[in-house]
Design a protein around this ligand. Structure first.
Ligand code: ARG
Length: 289
């Protein structure tokens, strides 16, 4: 009798230990799917070797290393990101997504990480300024489902004579701007800057619209998988280790043309789990003369 009880108890304990162990192990091996719209340098785009690069991508990779999980990046249309999060196809949105009250009803956002001001891009020599670029019947391109699209919608509703052309990806809008099929491109400021720098003799910034908004990372409403605390802790580690500053330096002050070579050169530090060395290497490589 007595020994049977002991045996039952020890089997019970064994099961508990296995469950706990399994829980810990499975947490360490968790793979979270990061959804993005990889058409938005310097936040996320595809380099010459087909790698997802950009500030958001490297912030996520670095957090994953520091917090002990794995990520898999999926490039889907910006307007499909929230539905994909809701249906569980992705776990995290990292897409320079601006925190809005409307979105916050259906997803849960991290703390804000970047200001969401708009840059207004026009062709050099067009003579358009920030006011005329967005009025007088001019054609303005923006990405479907974005705060820029909402902004243009509101301009129209308030009676301003502006035509809006929406694109699945921002690359297509820039192609149309270069070709003269639209007059103006509206995007987040660092993105407008990046596109202007990529076509210095063709494009120029007409001005900045200060929106007061900020971007955040998003997870499924209510964060059922407990991902937000990992992001929060990860971001604070990025700040305290200098990784954040180096990624900012690389992507917001560096020469984005260098990304293919620089990512190839320093990527091995991500593979070996050393994000600080990666970020320091990338920052110096991207800003080297
Ligand atoms: N910040 C804007 C928004 O949230 C545009 C973001 C577009 N992001 C992208 N990866 N294409 O609506």
């Amino acid at each position: 009798m007595g020994s049977k009880k002991v045996r039952t108890l020890s089997i019970f304990l064994l099961v508990v230990i296995m469950m706990l162990g399994g829980g810990i192990l499975s947490r360490a091996g968790n793979v979270y799917i990061v959804g993005t719209s990889a058409d938005y340098p310097p936040f996320e785009w595809v380099d010459g070797n087909g790698n997802y690069v950009g500030f958001d991508m490297d912030v996520m990779r670095s957090i994953a290393i520091l917090e002990g999980f794995k990520i898999d990046i999926k490039d889907i249309g910006f307007d499909a990101l929230i539905p994909a999060l809701q249906s569980g196809k992705i776990d995290i949105i990292a897409a320079d997504m601006t925190i809005t009250a409307e979105r916050a009803k259906v997803v849960t956002f991290s703390d804000p990480y970047w200001a969401s001001n708009f840059g207004v891009l026009v062709r050099k020599g067009s003579g358009l300024n920030i006011v005329t670029a967005l009025s007088q019947g001019h054609k303005v391109g923006a990405q479907t489902g974005t705060t820029q699209a909402d902004f243009l919608d509101n301009l129209k509703k308030s009676g301003i004579n502006v035509q809006m052309k929406l694109y699945e990806t921002n690359d297509l809008a820039i192609m149309d701007l270069l070709a003269g099929r639209i007059d103006t491109f509206l995007g987040d400021l660092p993105v407008a800057n990046a596109f202007a720098k990529a076509h210095p003799d063709k494009l120029v910034e007409a001005g900045v619209i200060h929106t007061g908004g900020n971007a955040g990372f998003a997870v499924k409403k209510g964060d059922p998988k407990g991902i937000l605390p990992l992001i929060k802790d990860g971001v604070s580690k990025l700040h305290s280790t200098g990784i954040w500053d180096n990624l900012v330096k690389a992507y917001f002050t560096g020469n984005l043309d260098k990304i293919t070579a620089c990512y190839a050169k320093y990527k091995h530090f991500l593979d070996s789990g050393e994000p600080a060395k990666y970020a320091a290497g990338l920052a110096s490589c991207m800003t080297e003369k």
